[in-house]
Ligand binder design. Structure first.
Ligand code: ZN
Length: 390
């Protein structure tokens, strides 16, 4: 039986997962050779994570495309996939260039409810398939993983069973498209209730043809899900139910996510995930939605959050702490940019191509202090720039 390359590759990813036939194993062996010849590592999510390995994942597509003027703040539907697919592909490439091990298909908020909301339900399948195909293409070319993604729907209500069925149906179609387009694994992310996260996990297990599931919760101000389960306990339950990786994604920035990560690490046995936003959340503003402008005291979310962005050093410090805690599936969410991601990648021992361009101020003609820059008499200019006239 001859299978298309993509199907072979997908089978390979499943090797550590539910029962596969000997025929599939044979297909795996042959494709491993094919993959190596194409200079692709060919390692699945679980293989990369075993023996203390780590997986780095750049996210934050939605926020970054909004910043660039291609997504509307509010509905937050990834229409850029349909209108400017070439830009989505480039963003995958930029994040890989900065150290991402994963190209996540940009299907965030690309579900039936969201598309219906903006009157584009007819484009739902097209959007999902295009996003998945582009991520697959860049992943194949760069030897990275391709993940399909589902997220919180806004529909789920714990005490209304009919909403559970609606959510299940939305997840099912997205998972099936991800399977057909050759995703290596599935992400269910930023889900705020344990109930909806369980439906996401069940749907991946039922329709994902053996794909691993990474399930991450969105944690905001209280340290519990919106159906009032402590976040740490919810992570433990999701792991027990079979999620390959559990953890936190979005909502909180580095400083307010770290204390929870320590607890999640203690409660869970397997790999844990951390993808904070890149904003300066703190004790009295634990989520980036709750941040206030230090000058005016006004809430800054969503359009003025840039006033509270982290510095690159803070991202590096976060990555160092996370690594020490034992977070091995790590990334950044809203506010992410390649220059942040490079910091994280370096802490985790990577040297992505972007490292070639990491800052080196010794070559700067004003602030450098090498023989090369000594010839410039810039003392006065530097004084004007930094301290002002004495
Ligand atoms: Zn986010």
């Amino acid at each position: 039986m001859t299978l298309p390359f993509r199907v072979h590759r997908t089978l390979c990813t499943y090797i550590r997962l539910p029962p596969i036939s000997l025929l599939s194993l044979a297909a795996c062996a042959s494709i491993t050779r094919e993959t190596q010849s194409a200079k692709m590592p060919g390692k699945g999510l679980l293989e990369r994570l075993e023996n203390g390995g780590s997986v780095l994942i750049a996210e934050g597509y939605l926020w970054e495309f909004e910043r660039r003027g291609y997504i509307q703040q509010g509905a937050h539907v990834p229409e850029v996939v349909l209108e400017h697919p070439e830009l989505v592909k480039i963003m995958h490439e930029e994040f890989v260039h900065a150290g991402s091990d994963v190209c996540e298909a940009f299907t965030y908020y690309g579900n039936r409810e969201k598309l219906r909301f903006i009157g584009r339900e007819d484009d739902l399948e097209k959007l999902n398939r295009m996003a998945l195909k582009m991520a697959r293409e860049v992943a194949d070319r760069t030897g990275t993983l391709m993940a399909g993604g589902i997220c919180n729907t806004g529909v789920y209500q714990p005490d209304q069973p009919e909403t559970h069925e609606q959510v299940r149906a939305m997840y099912k179609e997205q998972v099936e498209w991800a399977v057909e387009e050759g995703a290596d694994y599935m992400i269910a992310e930023t889900i705020d209730s344990l109930g909806e996260a369980k439906i996401a996990l069940e749907t991946i297990q039922k329709y994902g043809k053996g794909m691993s599931a990474v399930v991450t919760l969105g944690c905001y101000v209280p340290e519990e899900t919106t159906d009032e389960v402590p976040i740490v306990e919810a992570c433990r339950i999701l792991e027990e139910l079979g999620a390959a990786v559990v953890g936190l994604n979005c909502g909180r920035g580095p400083k307010t996510m770290l204390p929870l990560l320590r607890q999640v690490r203690e409660a869970c046995k397997g790999p844990i995930a951390a993808l904070p936003v890149t904003y300066r959340t703190r004790g009295d503003c634990k989520s980036f939605m709750s941040l206030k402008d230090p000058d005016s005291g006004k809430y800054v979310y969503p359009i003025n959050v840039a006033t509270c962005l982290c510095g690159r050093d803070e991202i590096r410090e976060f990555a160092e702490e996370a690594k020490a805690i034992g977070v091995n599936y790590i990334g950044l969410c809203c506010g992410n940019a390649p220059n942040y991601f490079r910091e994280l990648a370096e802490v985790y021992g990577r040297t992505p191509e972007a490292c070639r361009y990491r800052p080196n101020m010794t070559f700067n003609y004003i602030f450098g202090d090498t023989e090369k820059t000594d010839k410039y008499d810039v003392k006065k200019l530097r004084q004007y720039m930094v301290t002002g006239k004495e």
